[in-house]
Design a binder for this molecule. Structure first.
Ligand code: TA6
Length: 296
């Protein structure tokens, strides 16, 4: 990892590049709107905090920073498959979050927001897991809101069928004091009940582990966070499913990178395209999946 070469790409004010560990670079942004940290590993947004607000993303204090291990928290990029693979030898949620991406550019746009662009193309590791050529571009815009845009470019000569998620860990005051709106009258697969379909009536509250894929929904999700006296909006584009997850006590205790009791301060609201409606991209075409996280 040529840190000097990476620093040469920083073409914006209010940004710094450092290393969380040897060969593990992160970009810190502290512009007029917000602060944020982005790891080149997984093109992973680790934190986002508008000035004057509590952080909007949760990241585990026990997160592990080493190659091939996804960061627990922030916004993991699940690609080119969401969830477990039929072949248990392949990593859950794909491989995009397990590799170092190339830093393409760090610029300030006309609105004085900081735009970070990273890229990942097929490589020896990826081709062993998924026999295709591709180019991924992630654009992260740090402004009054956080925008993460994932472009899948099919550089192969066959159709690509992908499932994916921008797996956002939203930081909250306490899981039992939030209410999630936006899923009313949507059907969801309950991952804890053999994917049985249910119809959502009203808002969602939490009192145990919850793992649901809401289908055929493009709606914004609003998290009413009473403890922080705020509402957080998770908007999306290019996504037909939204995943809602909290591991609760037992499940989070099985993950060594999940800080103790961390489940109380996070909820995942994920802009996704899941198996029920995979995205098929023709050769030469591009699909864009985007999420925008903000104070409602
Ligand atoms: O998005 C929810 C989910 O699919 C859960 O089932 C759980 O596995 C979570 O993702 C975290 O997965 P990870 O591989 O990051 O531990």
């Amino acid at each position: 990892m040529d840190i000097a070469a990476l620093k040469d790409k920083l073409n914006a004010p209010h940004v710094e590049l450092s290393q969380l560990a040897a060969g593990y670079p992160v970009i810190d942004v502290n512009n007029t709107f917000a602060s944020a940290r982005i790891a080149l590993h997984g093109a992973h947004v680790m934190s986002f905090q508008p000035h004057g607000q509590a952080p909007l993303l949760w990241c585990s204090k026990a997160a592990i920073f080493k190659e091939s291990k996804p960061i627990r928290g922030g916004i993991p990029i699940c690609w080119p498959w969401f969830g477990n693979h039929a072949d248990i030898g392949k990593p859950a949620h794909g491989f995009a979050r397990n590799q170092f991406w190339q830093l393409h550019s760090v610029e300030e746009n006309a609105k004085h927001e900081t735009e970070i662009v990273l890229a990942l193309t097929d490589n020896e590791i990826s081709r062993k897991l998924w026999p295709h050529v591709f180019k991924l571009i992630v654009t992260i815009v740090v402004g009054p809101v956080l925008t993460v845009r994932l472009e899948t470019i099919n550089t192969d000569d066959v159709e690509l069928s992908i499932t994916a998620a921008l797996h956002s860990y939203i930081k909250i005051g306490d899981i039992e004091n939030i209410e999630v709106l936006g899923f009313e009258q949507s059907h969801y697969q309950d991952k804890l009940m053999d994917d049985i379909l249910f119809l959502q009536s009203g808002s969602v509250r939490f009192n145990s582990e919850l793992d649901r894929i809401y289908l055929d929904t493009t709606a914004d999700v609003i998290i009413k966070d009473d403890d922080n006296s705020r509402e957080v909006r998770v908007a999306k584009a290019g996504s037909y499913s939204t995943v809602l997850w909290n591991p609760w006590i037992e499940k989070s205790a099985t993950m060594n990178d999940f800080e103790e009791n961390g489940y109380r301060n996070m909820v995942c609201v994920e802009a996704a395209n899941t198996a029920e409606r995979a995205v098929v991209i023709k050769p030469g075409e591009t699909h864009t999946l985007e999420t925008v996280i903000s104070i409602a």
